[in-house]
Structure formats: C-alpha cells, structure tokens
Design a protein around this ligand. Structure first.
Ligand code: ATP
Length: 441
C-alpha cells in the first residue's frame, strides 16, 4: 500500500474532492470566489461525521461538558471586552517589487512570490469582518461576524451555570461558523475567510488549571488517533513565550503533517481568568463563580481546546488517501475509519437487466439504510462500481448475482482487504455489525 508521493498528494486530493463531490469552489459558475468552498454530497457527510464524532467525544461521552449554539452576530461591546477590536490584527506589508501583500510574520525578509527584499512599512489590519445591522449604515449600526465561537460561550457562562447547576470543573462546547478577513488564505480549505470551529471552554479552579490543560492536550490528541489518523502524522507543539497571547499561561497546538508542511489543526490554551474578568468589567455583571462550601467568589480559569472543522476534515481526507498498484492498475482508496466514512455500504446487482436481481438489491439497500448510510448503484460494470466506492472510502460493497436468487446469499467485499465472502441475506445485518465492530478504529 502506497501513500501518493508528497509532492502531488495535495493536487490529487483536491482533484478527487472535485471529481467525486466532496468539495467544490464557491460560486464556480461565476469564476469562483477566492478561498471560499462548498461541501458537496460526500463532503457534507464527511464533515458532519467529523462534527458528530467530536460532539459525541466531548459532550455525550463525558458528564462534565454541555453543548451550546450561540449566534454569529453579537453585541459590539463583546469584541471590545475580548480585545478583538483593538488587537485582532495582522501586520501587513507589500512587496515593493511585485506589489503582493503578505502577513509580515509569515515571510521572513524575502518575498515568497518574487524574491524581492524591500517591503512597505507594516500596517495593522483588523481581521474581523464588519457589517451593518438595520437600515442605517453608520457607526451605531456596525456589527461584526464573530471571528471565534468562544465569546458566545463566555457571555453565556452565567446562563449555563444557573440553569444546569453544574459545579467546577465543567465545560461548555459549541460548533459554529466563524469569519476572519485573512490576508493570505489558501492551501485549499486549510485557511479560509469563512470556516467552522469546534471549541470547548473548560472552567476550573486556578489551582487545577495546569492539570486540566495537560489532560485536554492528551485527550484531544487521542481523538484524532482514535478516528484513524496516522499517529506519526500528528505532533504537539508548545508555543514559546513570544507566541502566547498576553493573558495566556500556555498553549499547545496539535499539528498535522500536511503536504504543505506541519500546520495547526487545533490549539489548546490555558486562558487564565482573563475572559470572565473582562466581560465582568465591560458588562458590569458579576461573572464570578461562588463556591458553595466556602462561599468564596472567584473567576474560574479556562482551558480552551479550539479546533477547526474544515482543517480536521482536510487532514482526515489527506491521511485517508492511498494508491495501490493492482494488476497493473492504480487503485485509489480513501481509508476512512468506520465513523468517518461518508458512505458505509454500497449495493449492486451484477446484471442491471435482470429485474429480480435489481429488486433484491434495492430491497437489501432499503433495509440496510435504516442503520447505515447505504447507496445503490447499477450504472457500470462491477469492476468500475468497486473502484468508484473505493475512491470515496465506502466500507463494504454487496453484490447480488444470479446465484443469490437460489442460495439466498450475496457477496460482501471488504474495502481494505478486497476479500470477498458469501453471506446469507438473512444474516447480513449481524455480519455487518460484527465487521464494523472489528473495524472500530
Ligand atoms: P493560524 O495561526 O493558523 O491563523 P490561529 O492560531 O489564529 O490559526 P485560533 O485562533 O487558535 O487559530 O483558532 C482555532 C482553530 O480554528 C485553529 O486551530 C483552526 O483549526 C481554526 N481556524 C482558525 N482560523 C482559520 C481559518 N482562517 N480557516 C480555517 N480554519 C481556521
């Protein structure tokens, strides 16, 4: 089994995504909108599976984290309190030779486009996307599309605490869209101006924060591994002091070895008590937590595992991509884990002109659809149907042939081993349940 060579792996993944309906360029018929992407029928399944796996792991799988879904538009004071209005900036420079614009922190002292060495003075550029609410387009109507989902959690801290009666430590988590006017978006869906985040804010006592931080770093790393990502393609990188936000005590990134280099999938930060303190000060509401034993009031520390849905999805796609040489032909297979595969099962009749085979295949498909994402296909010869499903990561292909009408058995083919087994139709559900349990990577 071969991984495609790194140099063209990214191109191959991008082309497969378009060809098979994972990801399309936004507004393509109008020439496309730069760095905006649409998820097609298979992409949306994959992305939903990533989000569901996260939700299951951090909320349903634990007793101490609750879900939330807050609005994208928030009171402008939120962004003053959080520091985004003043500090959420990148320093921009223009190359004097080719006039291209870059983030000063990403180029060193040489233009990545033309090699030029002279740049304009750096200018601060706020990354928040601005809009106006209501009919007037004046300063009083200014509003921002949130650049992170975290603030929606902080401003609801008291609402969740009062209604849930949880005691420290506990977390609040949400998945949602965020927007940043990135200066240099790119690398497919890795850096875009509209993206989805999965964020957890874990509130704890200051003295417990370091241990909680370590635990979250380990848990979040393991999440990617459990969903089938190659461990050696993942690493942890602790921020050095110059990279840390002024309020943060520590931050460790989980990075993936993309074809374009090691890059951040998720950051796990110890944000100290900065956020609740700031919102208390700016809103005038007391957001301190009251200990019910000592009656002491204090601002909890916050550990924040903050990941990108699109980045995780891209990393899972790149990691799953494999090419194999089989009898002189290249087989492309996406080796998704059971939880992430957009389609679990495909059912084919060996002969589409045989009405009885078609009926039985469709019946099996409908029955399996109650439990698994299952598709029916009869639009090509069997070899081609297999290749189509391998290329999108479908776990099992089930073929109904003439013999099936007599012996009431079908052929089940495994995506990874390509082994075929005859299985009684009546026992299919149990067989598949066993197989999925075995493949529970
Ligand atoms: P970077 O240094 O790559 O710009 P960041 O450190 O600013 O990222 P955070 O503010 O920590 O990112 O955001 C948390 C997560 O949200 C990131 O780890 C990433 O997965 C995701 N994310 C942030 N910006 C983008 C973007 N422009 N496009 C896609 N995902 C993003």
């Amino acid at each position: 089994m071969n991984k495609a060579s790194t140099s063209d792996l990214m191109e191959k993944v991008v082309s497969l995504c378009k060809r098979r309906g994972f990801i399309f360029q936004s507004s393509e018929i109008y020439g496309g909108l730069g760095s905006a992407w649409d998820y097609g029928p298979l992409g949306v399944e994959l992305k939903r599976n990533v989000k569901n796996a996260w939700w299951k792991s951090v909320i349903h799988g634990r007793d101490d984290v609750m879900g939330l879904d807050t609005s994208i538009l928030m009171h402008p004071e939120v962004w003053r309190a959080s520091g985004h209005t003043e500090n959420f900036t990148d320093i921009l420079v223009d190359c004097k030779k080719c006039k291209k614009r870059f983030r000063a922190d990403k180029i060193g002292n040489q233009c990545p486009n033309c090699g030029g060495k002279e740049f304009t003075e750096g200018r601060a550029f706020n990354l928040m996307l601005k809009t106006f609410l209501g009919a007037l387009e004046d300063e009083s109507a200014v509003c921002y599309l949130r650049p992170e989902t975290a603030q929606g959690i902080f401003v609801n801290f008291m609402n969740v605490l009062d209604t849930s009666r949880k005691r420290l430590p506990f977390g609040i988590a949400q998945i949602g869209k965020s927007f940043r006017n990135e200066i240099t978006p790119g690398n497919f869906t890795f850096r875009t101006r509209e993206f989805e985040q999965m964020e957890i804010e874990y509130f704890c006592r200051p003295q417990d924060a370091d241990a909680a931080h370590e635990k979250w770093i380990a848990d979040r790393f393991q999440w990617y591994v459990d969903l089938g990502m190659t461990k050696s393609n993942l690493r942890l990188r602790a921020h050095d002091i110059t990279e840390l936000a002024h309020y943060a005590k520590g931050c460790t990134d989980i990075e993936y070895n993309f074809p374009f280099g090691w890059s951040e999938l998720e950051g796990i930060a110890n944000r100290t008590d900065f956020d609740l303190k700031q919102h208390s000060q700016f809103s005038g509401k007391d957001l301190r937590y009251q200990d019910n034993l000592t009656n002491e009031k204090f601002f909890p520390y916050i550990i924040e595992p903050s990941g990108g849905v699109d980045r995780a999805t891209l990393a899972f796609l790149v990691d799953a991509y494999h090419e194999e040489q089989i009898e002189g032909e290249t087989r492309v297979v996406l080796r998704f884990s059971k939880e992430l595969a957009p389609t679990k099962i495909a059912v084919f009749p060996l002969l589409k002109k045989n009405a009885e085979l078609v009926t039985l295949a469709k019946k099996i498909k409908n029955e399996l659809s109650k439990e698994y994402v299952t598709v029916y296909d009869d639009t090509a010869a069997i070899g081609k149907l297999y290749r189509r499903q391998d290329e999108v990561g479908t776990f099992f292909c089930i073929t109904v042939d003439v013999q099936s009408l007599e012996d009431k058995q079908v052929t089940v083919r495994d995506r990874d081993t390509m082994k075929q087994e005859r299985v009684p139709v009546a026992g299919l559900k149990n067989y598949l349940a066993d197989q999925f349990l075995k493949n529970n990577s």
